[in-house]
Write a new protein. Structure first.
Length: 442
């Protein structure tokens, strides 16, 4: 038992070794490409993380700077000036003698001075309770700001940020909540112009936001990535070239032999499927492809049409002009039929002797008659002389057309039979014509 198992394992290992040996270049190239792909993905996400980390760090520093400036101004300026007569800290300080900006207004105006619209950098302080003089600009201006306000009201200690298109640039928008401090409650609740007078310590009174573009940083990161990609691609290209040079010599003879086998196999396959004289599909391959198209049209519930053609009085043509001329005649007719099968799935075949077939999937009987008309006119244009023909001085065709939607109750053989009946009827009615034969006529 153990000996048999060991033998099977050895046989499996030998088979794996042979497979690896035969595909060594493919395996090594695949591994190199896989490593290259992993390196590309890794460096790409690393660059994104670096850009995001840089913008996040800058945003936090900027917001902290604004907040510290506001707190410093509130404690060291506003609080000290409260005891001085004639000085009042209000939002509308521009219109009041002795007025100075309150901390929020100071922060807003500082942010406006720091903002650079040409560079896409924007600092904002907004609230859903803006003072009357800032009704138009002091509240949320877009969906992001509303989302930030909603989120930070529930999570005042957190931050809210998002990377999105802002204007015509990709930007990183970062926000933090501004909480109501004890020194601010009394002021906001007593000011006549205050939009809300029931503030409590710790409530979110506003949002401080910084918007900064990241497209420039992204471009810088992309330039760095291009250099890395170029280096990696160069290394892999050199590695693959070396592998091909080293292993290629040992594989050359084997490839030549394989090529000869493929060529001979292709030639045999060609002989097995193609009629040697006309270069159309032969009868055997016609039957196979007709069955395939029948099943395909049955699944799709689409019509399938068949045209059977016969060269009129071809025996007399052979007797008059000889078999070599007859072969040339069949080749010329085959070229016309082959050119008529233009759409996907359509094909022409030599059905036998001077008889041909054209299979037209997805084509109903009306469209099939158009194809038959084109074929008939093209044959007339050939003007192949036939002085012993009983119906014309040139070579002509008789055609039978059958069309059906394949189902389980009929078969390809019935379609061939219907087309054959139509062909026979065309001959009976004088040749050089086509007859449509359908199931009702049977």
């Amino acid at each position: 038992m153990m000996t048999a198992l060991r033998w099977k394992l050895l046989k499996l290992c030998k088979l794996l070794y042979q497979l690896l040996y035969m595909r060594v270049i493919i395996i090594l190239v695949t591994l190199l490409c896989l490593g290259f792909g992993i390196a590309l993905v890794g460096t790409y996400y690393l660059s994104i993380n670096l850009v995001d980390s840089q913008t996040m760090h800058y945003a936090k520093v900027a917001v902290k700077t604004l907040n510290e400036a506001r707190i410093l101004y509130s404690k060291n300026v506003v609080n000290r000036l409260k005891s001085m007569d004639g000085i009042v800290a209000i939002a509308e300080y521009h219109t009041v003698k002795g007025g100075i900006p309150n901390p929020a207004t100071y922060t807003i105006e500082l942010g406006e001075r720091l903002s650079d619209k040409s560079e896409g950098i924007l600092f904002r302080l907004y609230s859903n309770y803006p003072f009357p003089n800032r009704q138009l600009t002091g509240g949320p201006q877009d969906k992001f700001e509303w989302d930030a306000l909603t989120y930070l009201k529930e999570h005042p200690e957190a931050s809210f940020y998002r990377k999105e298109q802002f204007g015509d640039r990709l930007s990183f928008r970062y926000t933090e909540a501004v909480l109501m401090e004890p020194s601010c409650v009394a002021c906001h609740n007593t000011l006549r112009s205050s939009p809300r007078k029931d503030w409590k310590v710790g409530q979110v009174r506003g949002i401080v936001e910084i918007t900064q573009p990241v497209d420039n940083l992204t471009l810088i990161a992309e330039d760095g990535l291009k250099i890395i990609y170029t280096v990696l691609m160069t290394i892999i290209a050199l590695a693959i070239s070396g592998l091909i040079l080293v292993i290629g010599r040992f594989r050359a003879i084997n490839q030549e032999l394989e090529q000869k086998v493929l060529e001979r196999t292709a030639a045999l396959n060609h002989l097995a499927t193609i009629d040697e004289l006309t270069q159309l599909l032969n009868r055997r391959h016609f039957n196979l492809l007709l069955q395939q198209e029948w099943q395909r049209m049955q699944r799709q519930q689409q019509p399938l049409s068949l045209i059977l053609c016969d060269v009129d009085h071809f025996k007399k043509y052979n007797d008059t002009y000889g078999h070599l001329a007859g072969d040339n005649c069949l080749r010329a007719v085959a070229q016309v039929l082959d050119s008529s099968a233009k759409r996907s799935g359509e094909f022409a075949a030599r059905y036998g002797g001077e008889e041909f077939a054209i299979v037209l999937p997805g084509v109903n009987c009306i469209e099939a008659t158009k194809v038959a008309t084109i074929i008939m006119n093209a044959i007339h244009c050939l003007k192949i002389p036939h002085k012993t023909s009983l119906n014309h001085s040139y070579i002509t065709l008789s055609m039978g057309i059958a069309s059906t939607i394949p189902n389980d109750k009929n078969s390809p053989e019935q379609l061939i039979k219907s087309a054959d009946i139509g062909l026979y009827q065309a001959k009976e009615e004088g040749r050089d014509r086509f007859i449509i034969w359908n199931e009702r006529q049977q």
